[in-house]
Design a protein around this ligand. Sequence first.
Ligand code: NDP
Length: 483
Amino acid sequence: MKKSDIGLIGLAVMGENLVMNMASKGFTVSVFNRDIKKVSNFVENRGKQENIIGTYTIEAFVNSLEKPRKIMLMIKSGQPVDATIEILIPYLEKGDIIIDGGNSYFSDSIRRTKYLEDKGFLFIGAGVSGGEEGALKGPSIMPGGSLKAWPYVENIFKAISAKVEDGTPCCDWVGEDGAGHYVKMVHNGIEYGDMQLISEAYQLMKEHLGMTADEMHTVFEEWNKGELNSYLIEITSDILGYKDVDGSALLEKILDAAGQKGTGKWASCSALDEGIPLTLIGESVFARCLSALKEERVVASKILSGPRSKFSGDKKAFIEDIKNALYASKIISYAQGYALMRAAAKSFGWNLNYGGIALMWRGGCIIRSAFLIKIKEAYDHNPELNNLLLDPFFRKVIEHTQDSWRRVCGSAIANGIPIPAFTAALTYYDGYRSEHLPANLLQAQRDYFGAHTYERTDRPRGEFFHTNWTGRGGNTTSDTYTV
Ligand code: NDP
């Protein structure tokens, strides 16, 4: 019997749909699941076709695969991935490839690459984005790990991935060991940021302008025709237009307490490790945390005072301001996300193709948007670009949008409407463009109480000074190092 091109373990929502996608592209796929009832259920129903092979033991699964074996795991991340790798190892031969397509933490993928390569196997940690529909019709796939494995899976991954208008697949090799999962993590962080920005725009329209769901539905529909064109704007318009059984907007009946699965937090923690201000994504994670304190907020809302939101002015012009503020803030979010990837690439020795990453996110994934082509062009133009804000296109957009952006932030603050992501973005922009920040005072304070030393503006960088500020301290200084 002909062996299968690839095997997939994990028949939950992502796994099932990826298998259907692979099979529709002509690949033969063997499937396995820890709970084997899911195998029979799948191959006897939705997956009932010639090139989907159900297997009921790991041994049968492994033996059904063409060598070198390509085994994709689509299971819960963390310990289940390590456990499944251990179960597979006794049946594998040198050169066989394990692909982890789940949302794994990048440092786990660094560890697993080394662990499996040391045993003579190959490993790919691949970020997959696009949810259920993407998995079925074409996700964005971000693979990294053992480069030697890539030629064996490239044709399968590129065939099943989303394609941009000219047919280019939203999948390419990202880099060594954990690079694929790192880029997926940043993608998810940007997704948190985009969603928070859109939610703040919604809150401003609802609370400040007093707009109805139907009116907002029309605004988002309009926005989706211009520079903000994206999947998240499109689904927001759909959500605003969606009616419950009683004919009212379903959205207004959904409890305002957000959940999260951790990838935004991972991105924020990594930014702290790298010393990169990823403020917009950080605020987006904290905004979800604050929303989750629903009961506390209900109590506080009856005790703590603030201004009452009232709008007087040109409503249409303010909606345009919100749109501009959203666009400018989104640029900041991507500038910060890209700065983080640059820093991580340096720390972990990855050679990332930044324009290529923008292209991988152009289709199939949750953050897909028209705007990403501009990022691709920016890095094509200057692969060493330090910060997206310095690219002429983005600089010009910020020039055109910043009056609106400042009006929106000012108005929201004056009227007591929380917009953490919009304001974090604007504060970052103002900080990044400032030649002088008050860190001279911070350094003086640090030296005053802890003899941490400081550099002087009238001396070359790298020379450190200590002042005996009170006349009571000695001349001993603390070591200079960065944590
Ligand atoms: P789940 O994350 O719900 O995981 C369910 C699968 O994991 C089942 O096949 C289950 O097997 C298996 N599993 C759980 N624990 C173990 C274990 N200890 N040992 C072996 N197998 C185990 O499924 P999803 O399809 O939602 O996601 C799969 C992966 O893809 C996850 O890493 C997820 O984060 C990621 N992902 C999910 C997206 C989504 O939209 N859902 C989007 C992009 C990525 P069993 O049936 O036996 O319990």
